[in-house]
Design a protein around this ligand. Sequence first.
Ligand code: HEC
Length: 241
Amino acid sequence: MNVLRALLILVVLVLVGTAIFIWSGVYNIAADDHHTPVVAKALEVLRERSVARHAQGIAVPDLDSPAMIAEGAEHYAAMCTGCHLAPGVDRSEIRPGLYPRPPNLREHGVDDPAQAFWVIKHGIKMSGMPAWGTTHDDAAIWNIVAFVRRLPNMPVDEYQRLVGSTMSGDGHAHDHDSATPPVHDEGEAGHHDAEGDAGHDHAGEADHRHDEDAKPDHDGPDAPTGDRPSAEPEPSAATDG
Ligand code: HEC
């Protein structure tokens, strides 16, 4: 009986203590104040177990169709590069400040398509990862998965060709088109390198160029076309949706 009473008092004390802690405001919610290793590990396991469990039973369609991959590439370029990078996009202004840091999908891609689908559709609480299923149907999300699987080691020109093909091909009216980095096929870019091309002017309209302006992104007639997207501002593509 005494043990039970002691336990009860302990539970009440813990609850009251927790409430006081939460209410007091001493906890630092800042994204630049990182978790202790124990808490970080607990959250990682929580996330991994939760995703694995919730993705159970999701039937994965055939993801090898080039049309799906191209369609997914266009969505990825418009919505994901600011946080997850892409071929030719090695940095962004939003990524370093995010906590948890978004994984570099350009390098790692995704291992498990069902889990990737679930995460992209539902997002992850208390992180920057949005639930894209609120604005995109399952087919669109599978296209993105099909593309992200191919991302590791994808050459910059292949990425640009994929993104460019859906952009110019069907006049795809995606909400985020205006924020998509300009992409050219090799031949076209070659003509304009010396005088500054239309794509460059377009990028200049973006309201997000402050620190990019200091860094000329084509300072010579022979500037390799493959380097250009890395010099374009990416974050606006990820944050305005
Ligand atoms: C605003 C930033 C942001 C945007 C935009 C964003 N993500 Fe994420 N994403 C994150 C963060 C942060 C995580 C990691 C969350 C965590 O670890 O708790 C994440 C995790 C993921 C994961 C899980 C990866 C893994 O290995 O566990 C996938 C897959 C993913 N994102 C795909 C996408 C795709 C595809 C898009 C575009 C449609 C996208 N994300 C857009 C921030 C973002």
